[in-house]
Design a protein around this ligand. Sequence first.
Ligand SMILES: [Zn+2]
Length: 375
Amino acid sequence: MPLDADRVRETLLHLLRTPSFSGQEGAIAAWVTARLEELGCTVERDAAGATFGGECGNVIARLPGTVAAAPIFLNAHLDTVQPTTGLEPQVVDGLVVSGGDTILGADDKAGVTAILEGVAAVVAAGTPRPPLEIVFTVGEETGLHGARALDLSALQATCGFVFDSGTPIGELTISAPTQASQRIVLTGRAAHAGVEPELGINAIACAAAAIAACRQGRLDAETTANIGVIEGGQATNIVPEVCRLRSEVRSRDQGKLEAQVAHFQETFQRVADEFGCALEFSSREAYRGFRIDLAEPVARLAAAAVRAAGLQPSWAEGGGGSDANVFNAGGKRCILLACGERDPHTLRESCALADVVAAAEVVAALLGVAAGERV
Ligand SMILES: [Zn+2]
């Protein structure tokens, strides 16, 4: 179905010009709500904002189908990372960029645009569509807050399509790792560094030795680990008593994930004992991984939609967390689809208008394909 590229461009630019750092999604939520209501959707807002100090909740829209087909849901997130102050998108040869001192926010406004415009095209054309649920989440970037607070039992659809990944359009991400996050505190003993350093136990030196003894980085094709934050010490004339660290482990294999967390803990414990430091070590699951089989309906529908849009589907293994992790953990089978964002979370972020138009065409094709799956 041919999409009106000018409309896609106007919607995208409007969304990009509306700042929406996590927790400050009120203005953009109001705007997408009005657009969804124009399409004939019934729109509600839940209380997700209250769970993380945000100003509004998830936007949940429902549009009746025109045929008796299984319902599907579409998702993108409304919030962005920072900085966004003074964000003014510019279009250079079909590529949308920021002025260079802010992010662009194509992550995930390219996804929001693709959904709004793809659904609008189907509604305008009057072609068959299944019952549709559209969920625009808040607080994704700061911890998947909106998705976590969403009442999944209120969604009829059992499978969903999350438009929140990069390029090429037609790429389908069918897996994601579980992530575990660790907090590590080493406590030694303070002493005057010039007068009696022999009485001190240097927690920073202990941390350094432990880090050097840990394996981290890319451990295998599906497992990574990173000790990413370290802080400690007060002054050069004090042997540092406390050193705090934060690390993460990601794996698409639960056993490998647990083995690496245990490796971190055992290594820090061994080195702490050598130094005479006390160790506090805690690890919690940040989000749960998933894997979709290519034969599952959600994967079949996504691939058929990509082909119907004139593109070639490709399959990717994911390395990050997204709302799709939360939905899959809650029993909804979800796949991630590319929507055109490039270099997200950087000042170089961009997206090609043609990619966002193509992603909207995938959305429109998805509705057509899903409408063909009569129940
Ligand atoms: Zn995103």
